[in-house]
Design a protein around this ligand. Structure first.
Ligand SMILES: Cc1cc2nc3c(=O)[nH]c(=O)nc-3n(C[C@H](O)[C@H](O)[C@H](O)COP(=O)(O)OP(=O)(O)OC[C@H]3O[C@@H](n4cnc5c(N)ncnc54)[C@H](O)[C@@H]3O)c2cc1C
Length: 264
């Protein structure tokens, strides 16, 4: 059943400092709202105090320096799809964005929301993991950078304090020469949550692979060994199907990107 609207508060801070201040007073951030509003509509949004960051312009950008491409957390899937430099140097991100929801979700949903919603089935985290992304977390007391590989701790548990906002995602510009491979396996080709999501890149003897929907958090690997994945049965699929699909995708990735690596 839909939530009772008057029992919720939604404020719109005028700038980042104001938003950070309100986080210390128990408000939680909402960006595009495409995850939050699903819970609201289902009557499952327990937290009542929200602030929208959507109108804070300094959080929506794609910045290019010689070393990094940095995305503001409000970068939408549509922004990602339209970015020529991402298509050239980090093509798995536009591919993930193109397979996320439909056009309406892509126009509204943000990369920051996809990360901070912390669903193990989310589609951009595997791409961010293989590209060695770092995330910037900001509170009133300052900012810190964290390798994205360390951000997801357990199911829906992140290294993100209640008074912190995810303020940047940066990608080191060292993967343009690698071979890139992305596959999302869902019930349909569009508007489907992943049963397995696979991102892989390869260069000479090195591989970097990440999978979604096969463990409580997105999994990152630097070998073809899938023994650390632990898929579960749920309403979308079964553990055994997911395991088999993960193996098949690893095989396809290896055969499409070059000779099979010699086991170490
Ligand atoms: C019809 C539909 C289809 C979808 N299809 C897909 C799909 O194919 N693949 C997929 O991965 N997802 C899908 N989603 C889920 C959703 O669209 C994405 O996860 C999206 O990226 C969420 O972004 P948002 O800005 O809307 O997040 P919001 O709903 O605004 O927020 C989500 C969570 O992140 C937190 N948050 C948001 N921004 C920040 C920030 N900057 N700092 C700290 N915390 C923050 C919020 O507090 C909240 O807990 C779909 C959703 C819908 C409704």
């Amino acid at each position: 059943m839909r939530s009772h609207v008057p029992s919720y508060e939604l404020i719109a801070p005028r700038d980042l400092q104001h938003a950070l201040k309100m986080l210390t007073e128990g408000y939680r951030p909402m960006a595009g709202g495409t995850d939050v509003m699903v819970l609201f509509e289902a009557g499952k949004l327990a937290h009542k105090k929200w602030l929208t960051i959507r109108e804070i312009p300094e959080l929506r950008y794609i910045d290019v320096t010689p070393e990094y491409i940095t995305l503001g957390p409000l970068t939408t899937y549509t922004d990602i799809r339209r970015s020529e430099i991402l298509a050239k140097e980090f093509p798995l991100l536009p591919q993930a964005a193109a397979q996320t929801g439909g056009i309406a979700t892509q126009n509204r949903g943000t990369i920051g929301g996809n990360i901070a919603n912390a669903s193990p089935a989310a589609d951009t985290p595997p791409a961010l993991l293989v590209y060695d992304a770092e995330v910037e977390l900001t509170s009133l007391t300052g900012s810190r950078w964290l390798p994205y590989t360390q951000f997801h701790k357990a199911y829906k548990i992140m290294d993100l304090a209640p008074d912190e906002l995810l303020t940047s995602i940066r990608l080191p510009r060292r993967f343009a020469d690698w071979k890139h491979f992305y596959r999302k396996v869902g019930t349909r080709r569009a508007q489907a949550i992943s049963k397995v999501c696979f991102a892989g890149i390869r260069h000479e003897g090195q591989i970097r692979v990440a999978l979604g929907s096969v463990a409580p958090v997105p999994i990152f690997l630097e070998s073809a060994d899938l023994s650390s994945i632990a898929p579960i049965d749920d309403i979308r699929s079964t553990a055994s199907y997911r395991l088999q699909v993960a193996k098949n995708l690893m095989s396809e990735f290896l055969s499409r990107t070059g000779p099979r690596p010699v086991p170490s």
